[in-house]
Design a protein around this ligand. Structure first.
Ligand SMILES: Cc1ncc(COP(=O)(O)O)c(C=O)c1O
Length: 375
């Protein structure tokens, strides 16, 4: 673990921070971006927008490179939900190909959006066992010639279980279905190469494993772009947006998935963390993550704390533990400056800036809680 990298994240001086699956640490370089933003507002001139558009494009293209995509294939917006709705608004849902296959391990926005699209003819089909794991065989069995889109997470927000994406994409494409992946819980902590995967859409966001804040992104497979015309859109998606003339069609590239006036600040802030992660490299990040999660698993097994997440190499970045009265335990740990999250299970999410020593400190505290709740 590189001390210079760790020194970039001030929150680490205040606590043992193992909460990156919920909200990642933000680097100190963000302070200069915020100061610069205030200077921009303080001395406002109209040509500021030119620089802001460059900043937005730079962030989107850095994201593209980070996930193995070409420049121009990624667009950003406020949150993943907004971008997912834009994807959903591209299709006409005429039977027989109107099914949208999802799992029961989605972040709540996914079922919410697809249920809303029933009014346009979409037929959501939810596959799952009610448990913390994906049933990949059942999922693939549900994908057939009636499937328009498979909309699944790469890693579950609640359990950390990971889907085998290469296998899934190959099967979906063999029956003519498109694949949209919610990678919010994997991008930044697991290597992702969208081009090698052949995935059609991939969505993620900055504020967890990406060390950024308040922005999300959408990748669209470049050869699909010319044929996709989102209905939930805005003037920035047009081919003449920055001329302020009525557009004659959609912009080239992923920009056609833009909405209205963009949010430059959140991209400018998030660039700082993304550059740090890109400097470390996704393979090195994953190797460190596996070391940290292994330590959590070993300590939990030794203390006989039930583990919900997969314990093999198919695990994501988080380890979920089944601790009685887990929410209260989370608050008691926070009072001791040990920070994690709770969503039905205690979720422990170390990142590249954490050390094995921090994991041990956290697990020592958790073990004390665990012994206390068992008495
Ligand atoms: C898997 C996953 N998808 C989506 C989101 C969030 O979506 P949105 O950016 O629309 O709030 C989260 C967490 O906040 C998540 O864990």
């Amino acid at each position: 673990m590189d001390g210079a990298l760790r020194a970039q994240f001030p929150v680490l001086d205040t606590c043992v921070y193992l909460n990156s699956n919920s909200t990642g640490a933000v680097p100190r370089g963000v302070q200069d971006v915020l100061a610069g933003y205030w200077d921009t507002l303080r001395t406002w001139r109209d040509d500021v927008w030119g620089g802001w558009h460059e900043g937005l494009d730079r962030y989107a293209d850095t994201l593209a490179a980070f996930i193995g995509a070409p420049a121009g294939s990624v667009v950003t917006d406020a949150n993943l939900s907004t971008l997912l709705v834009r994807v959903a608004s591209c299709f006409d849902y005429r039977p027989p190909r109107n099914r949208v296959v999802t799992t029961d391990l989605e972040f709540p926005t996914v079922p919410f959006v697809w249920n809303a699209f029933r009014r346009y003819g979409a037929q959501p089909e939810v596959v799952g066992t009610g448990g913390p794991r994906f049933d990949q065989d059942a999922l693939e069995a549900a994908i057939d010639e009636r499937t328009l889109l498979v909309c699944v997470p790469h890693a579950s927000f609640s359990s950390g279980a990971v889907l085998d994406l290469p296998r899934l994409v190959t099967h979906a494409h063999s029956v003519g279905a498109l694949v949209a992946v919610d990678a919010f819980q994997s991008v930044g902590i697991m290597p992702l190469d969208v081009t090698a995967l052949g995935v059609d859409f991939l969505l993620g966001g900055a504020h967890k494993w990406m060390c950024g804040a308040a922005t999300a992104f959408l990748y669209v497979r470049p050869d699909l772009l010319p044929g996709l015309e989102p209905a939930a859109t805005g003037w920035q998606a047009g081919d003449r947006a920055l001329t302020f003339q009525p557009s004659t069609g959609f912009a080239d590239g992923a920009q056609r998935f833009a909405g209205g006036t963009p949010y430059p600040l959140t991209s400018l802030i998030s660039q700082v963390g993304l550059d740090l992660l890109a400097g470390v490299g996704t393979e090195a990040i994953r190797a460190h993550s596996l070391r940290c999660t292994r330590r959590i698993i070993d300590r939990a097994q030794a203390a006989e704390i039930p583990i919900v997440s997969p314990v093999g190499p198919d695990r994501g970045g988080v380890v979920c533990l089944d601790v009685p009265d887990g929410e209260a335990v989370k608050y008691r740990l926070a009072a001791r400056n040990m920070v994690c999250s709770w969503r039905g299970w205690l979720r422990i999410g170390p990142h590249v800036y954490n050390t094995l020593d921090e994991i041990d400190q956290f697990m020592d505290a958790l073990e004390q809680e665990w012994q206390g709740t068992r008495r």
